[in-house]
Design a protein around this ligand. Structure first.
Ligand SMILES: NC(=O)c1ccc[n+]([C@@H]2O[C@H](COP(=O)([O-])OP(=O)(O)OC[C@H]3O[C@@H](n4cnc5c(N)ncnc54)[C@H](O)[C@@H]3O)[C@@H](O)[C@H]2O)c1
Length: 362
């Protein structure tokens, strides 16, 4: 089997190494709009394609295809609770750049009651920022806000400046809800300097069977939610004539197509988030507002852990495709989010930070 495949590769290489015959039958090289010339040697006519050895067998393409039998709906009611990570805060005396500190800043984290949003909220608090956690689940947001403040006090005994952490209700897909929570946060905290948009969800259905109302809901949260929050906070920063930094939580799915689970609307939503970030970065650079995007790979949150417990073969498939050989932990996003919110990333805007264990490199 292995030998056959080697033979096929050798045969294919030999076919590709026939520049004279290919050139003689090739379409003339063309210049595309970016001024790059396509190579004649790489072009083949339809006849030559037929000359290529045909790959046959069950293995062909199986590692890079979606499987339309996988269907995982998202259910707001049954989300597991996420615990803040332990041992990441505390007062320390290791030297680092002062520009990494977020002391004196106030951030909003959407979807901060659970999962990645909660741990990123914690990263901002540990770095000295006050944080407003906004979420559909207000009770959980308020509970986690109290836990983060208590944790800060425990880890920094005698600290004079204890960040204020508050929890708020918001449906990020609803413009009225977004505007009213932004006012509520400004009333409580006095200002907003940073925004992290983590509210979002994914679900899996074969594209043709995907219920349209669910697609609209997903795009409403993932895309409209990012748009509405970003513009609301940008308006506030411009009125205050203050610089600020926003971090959109996209996904590697905005750049690649995950396999085997089908999730076309989610992938498209994250591509939209990515390009919204770049568009706002350009549009608001004059006002000193930076917009960058973090694109996580497969992260092991309470929710993904729950999904993988029910579908263990999915986890095996995913990790087999990650060069680092493991899923990311939510705490892997603490450094990136604090960095992008801080002045240490002052000349970065419109950038994308992939945190995916190398997934998108292969
Ligand atoms: N977990 C991963 O592997 C992973 C990978 C790449 C990107 N992401 C992205 O990271 C973000 C966070 O994902 P997570 O895994 O932490 O999810 P999660 O479900 O654990 O947390 C999402 C939070 O958003 C809140 N939320 C959902 N809809 C909302 C709405 N309409 N308004 C306000 N809040 C709402 C939920 O209540 C929840 O607290 C999402 O945008 C997701 O697409 C996650």
């Amino acid at each position: 089997m292995f030998k056959t495949s080697l033979l096929k590769q050798a045969s294919r290489a030999a076919t590709a190494a026939r520049p004279a015959s290919i050139a003689s039958r090739a379409i003339p090289s063309v210049v595309c709009s970016r001024g790059l010339s396509t190579s004649q040697a790489l072009r083949r006519t339809e006849d030559e394609k037929d000359d290529l050895p045909q790959e046959k067998g069950e293995h062909v393409g199986t590692h890079s295809r979606t499987d339309n039998r996988i269907a995982i709906p998202f259910d707001e009611e049954t989300q597991p609770e996420q615990k803040p990570v332990q041992g990441r805060g505390a007062f320390h005396f290791k030297r680092t750049l002062a520009s990494f500190s977020l002391e004196g800043k106030t951030g909003i984290v959407t979807g901060g009651a659970r999962g990645l949003g909660l741990v990123m909220s914690q990263a901002l608090v540990v770095s000295g920022a006050s944080v407003a956690i906004v979420d559909l689940n207000k009770d959980e947001a308020v509970k986690q806000a109290d836990i983060l403040m208590k944790q800060f006090r425990d880890e920094n005994p005698g600290a004079e400046n204890v960040p204020l952490v508050t929890g708020h209700y918001c449906n990020v897909a609803d413009p009225d809800s977004v505007n009213s929570v932004i006012e509520e946060v400004i009333a409580k905290h006095g200002k907003i300097d940073n925004l992290v948009t983590s509210a979002g969800f994914t679900e899996n259905f074969d594209a043709i069977a995907y219920p349209y109302d669910r697609i609209k809901k997903l795009w409403g949260v993932n895309v409209d939610g990012t748009y509405l929050f970003a513009t609301g906070v940008a308006r506030h920063l411009m009125e205050r004539k203050s610089p600020g930094s926003m971090v959109f939580i996209g996904s590697m799915s905005g750049a690649i197509v995950n396999v085997p689970q089908p999730q076309a609307p989610y992938n498209a939503s994250k591509a939209a988030v990515r390009h919204l970030g770049r568009s706002f970065a350009v549009e608001w650079a004059h006002a000193g507002i930076r917009v960058n995007c973090i694109e996580p790979g497969y992260m092991l949150t309470a929710l993904t852990e729950h999904i993988l417990n029910e579908n263990p073969e999915l986890g095996q498939k995913w990790t087999s495709l990650i060069p680092q050989g493991k899923m990311g932990r939510p705490s892997d996003l603490m450094g990136p989010v604090a960095f992008l919110c801080s002045d240490a990333s002052g000349y970065m805007t419109g950038a994308e930070l992939r945190v995916d264990g190398g997934y998108t490199c292969t």
